[in-house]
Design a protein around this ligand. Structure first.
Ligand code: FES
Length: 156
């Protein structure tokens, strides 16, 4: 009688299995390479902000104070901000993230407003109140103080 327990031959991985494995690995890599940028694009600014450490105060050198009638854009933590020096000498600072869909707003001195180029949102340059277009809320205002040769901007 022949032995009923046959030894498995030492066969290399069959070509079919190798090709399937290779297609799976390449497919997973491709899905990650395409999917991650899409995820980052669709991730809302609010979600990104929640994952970053909160910055509550920024000190700028007083030499950075914009001239009257102009504004300075700077980063307040991971968010853009606008420091506006009005012609009457007052200084205000706003979060420069549009309250509609999160685009960065710009100061337009010649139009006396803050403007969002994405969908034409308009804000009052003195108060940050939404005055036109789709933004549903005013811009968040930060507190501004000048002390010890610095401009101290504090999140309210
Ligand atoms: S994102 Fe600013 S108006 Fe739409």
């Amino acid at each position: 009688m022949a032995d009923s327990i046959a030894e498995e031959p030492d066969v290399p991985m069959p070509r079919k299995v190798f090709v399937r494995t290779l297609v799976g690995v390449v497919g997973a890599g491709y899905a990650g390479a395409v999917g991650y940028p899409i995820y980052r694009y669709l991730s809302t600014p609010a979600r990104r902000e929640a994952s970053a450490p909160a910055v509550t105060e920024v000190a700028l050198p007083e030499a950075n104070m914009p001239k009257p009638g102009t504004a300075l854009s700077f980063m307040f933590g991971n968010r853009p901000a606008l420091l506006i020096h009005h012609n009457d000498g007052s200084v205000v600072c706003f979060d420069a993230v549009c309250t509609h869909l999160g685009c960065t707003v710009q100061f337009q001195a010649n139009e006396s407003r803050i403007f969002c180029p994405c969908h034409g949102g308009k804000y009052d340059m003195a108060t940050g109140k939404n005055t036109g277009g789709p933004p549903p809320k005013p811009l968040r205002q930060h507190n501004v103080e000048q002390r010890d040769g610095q401009i101290i901007v504090t999140r309210v």
